[in-house]
Design a protein around this ligand. Sequence first.
Ligand code: HEC
Length: 152
Amino acid sequence: MKRSKGLLLVLLAVFAILLLAACGSTAVTPDPNAPKPSNSGGTGKALTLTGDPVAGKEIFDRTCATCHGSEGTGGVENSGAAEEVPELKPADEFYNADPAVFAANLDLFIEHGSKPEGDNPTLSMPAFGDDGTLTAQQIADVIAYVISLNKK
Ligand code: HEC
């Protein structure tokens, strides 16, 4: 009796450690050196889902390309802003060789949106996650597509 109680405790301890390890591994943090959006907030549920780059291209073409250019190559004027709308290919400061970190860098902008620098920007990055314009799965898909555009 005493022995089986000890075994039970050991099993419980092992289970608790495994559970903690599983939780820790799902938390992906963006690169602290990558640019951050003007709107605050953490990463979204999209980062826990698997994105489909083919579905992501369709979403990109109808939702993002007007501002970021076809295939994210930029060249879109933004009067009243300090710069043109940024291109997403190449992703420059956003790029990370670790796809999970790269995804987290992109996710913050897509979830919360951002107002660019300048007196009165005509175009601002919409908050697709916070506004509910895109679902978590759609955000995961569009992230997978932007990552595929930047494959080296
Ligand atoms: C109405 C125009 C508009 C639309 C639509 C738009 N964006 Fe943006 N996006 C911007 C602007 C403007 C910025 C620059 C924000 C800043 O400088 O703070 C930006 C910034 C970004 C950034 C950060 C890049 C950088 O270099 O600063 C990412 C990533 C991004 N957008 C992804 C997307 C994706 C993905 C979509 C479609 C789901 C999308 N955007 C749709 C205007 C738009």
